[in-house]
Design a protein around this ligand. Structure first.
Ligand code: DAH
Length: 339
């Protein structure tokens, strides 16, 4: 009997009730005439006379504790409902502003996802670079005219520290450290010393892709370009490659896609040609591989690079590049649905 009383006492001490219904259930289970405490009171009649005194005392403790516990739970529930009654549930909620992703982040993420599905992983490198990684390793000769094409910000005049003008520098950093096969994309910010206008800015963003392995051919490159264009701009998109020149690729090409506004028929956006340029690409020049310690007789590869602002413009027709860096909420909010 004593054990039973102690067990019930422990049980009662641990009770909780979250609402009036639960409290009533507890009352019925423990305190009502048919409850657990009354049941023990009934058992008390059978207790031998010499034990009655001790067990009686314990039963009284149990009864009072049970009643006290019930009262305490009741009071704490009433406290809460009092607080609740001060709330005006009919009052209009404060407007809740959720931020939106920046359009460049949305598009960058889309590009990353497409390449991830082809097995490319993401590589990053520093924005403050040296001449070797931005130019030298990429086959720009000391007096190469292509160096003039890049209006570079030098961090210290005459010093070897500059802001990278393209994310191709990350290619070199990865190739120097990683043996092939290499399959990476390098998204990031780049800097050029340009006068700021609606069509040029002193910083913008690029994504570079690089694949180095045995027997990589131009056909592999073309396949990836076609896949990317269709995934990004729709399955009707056509591509065309025009011969071009970059010091770090040979042969080099520029890729156009059929204008995604007029479907290739010709409109002011594509200057009535039906085509818009979206990226540069080519087979990695053997000199670049050798510069990074990769044997060009065994390995070959392709690279491609695109501007994220350019791709975003094609998707969303943002006419003024400056919008991307001004943080005007009225502009950014328009991308809520795409986030
Ligand atoms: N780095 C070039 C630029 O900034 C873009 C580019 C062209 C990257 C061709 C490449 C490539 O990887 O193969 O204009």
């Amino acid at each position: 009997m004593i054990n039973k009383i102690n067990a019930l006492l422990d049980e009662i001490r641990d009770l909780t009730a979250h609402n009036a219904d639960e409290l009533e259930q507890l009352r019925l289970k423990y305190l009502s005439k048919k409850g657990a405490v009354s049941a023990l009171m009934d058992d008390f009649r059978q207790v031998a006379a010499e034990q009655k005194r001790e067990i009686g005392q314990r039963l009284n403790v149990l009864k009072t504790e049970a009643q006290d516990k019930f009262n305490a739970l009741k009071v704490s529930l009433e406290d809460h409902s009092d607080a609740g009654s001060e709330l005006d549930l009919t009052r209009t909620a404060h407007p809740y502003h959720v931020g939106t992703r920046h359009p460049l982040s949305i598009v960058k993420h889309e590009i990353e996802t497409i390449f991830a599905r082809l097995g490319f992983s993401i590589a990053e490198g520093p924005e403050i670079e040296d001449d070797w990684h931005v130019f030298g390793s990429l086959n720009f000769a000391e007096d190469h005219p292509a160096r003039d094409m890049q209006d570079t910000f030098f961090v210290q005049h005459g010093a070897d520290t500059l802001l990278r003008t393209h994310t191709s520098s990350v290619q070199t950093r990865v190739m120097e450290k990683t043996p092939p096969p290499i399959r990476i994309i390098c998204p990031g910010r780049v800097y050029r010393n340009e006068a700021i206008s609606y069509r040029a800015h002193c910083f913008f963003h690029q994504v570079e892709a690089l694949y180095i392995d045995k027997n990589v051919s131009f056909a592999d490159l073309k396949q990836v370009l076609m896949f990317f264009a269709k995934e990004m701009f729709g399955s009707d998109t056509k591509i065309r490659l025009r011969p071009s020149f970059f010091p770090f690729t040979e042969p080099s090409a520029e890729m156009d896609i059929s204008c995604n506004l007029c479907g290739g028929k010709g409109c002011p956006f594509c200057k009535h040609t039906g085509w818009v340029e979206i990226l540069g690409c080519g087979m990695v020049d053997p000199n670049v591989l050798e510069n990074c310690g990769i044997d060009s007789k065994i390995h070959s590869g392709y690279a491609l690079g695109m501007g994220i602002e350019r791709i975003t413009n094609l998707k969303y027709q943002v006419k003024d590049l400056r919008m991307f860096s001004e943080n005007d909420v009225r502009f950014l909010k328009q991308f809520e649905a795409a986030t």
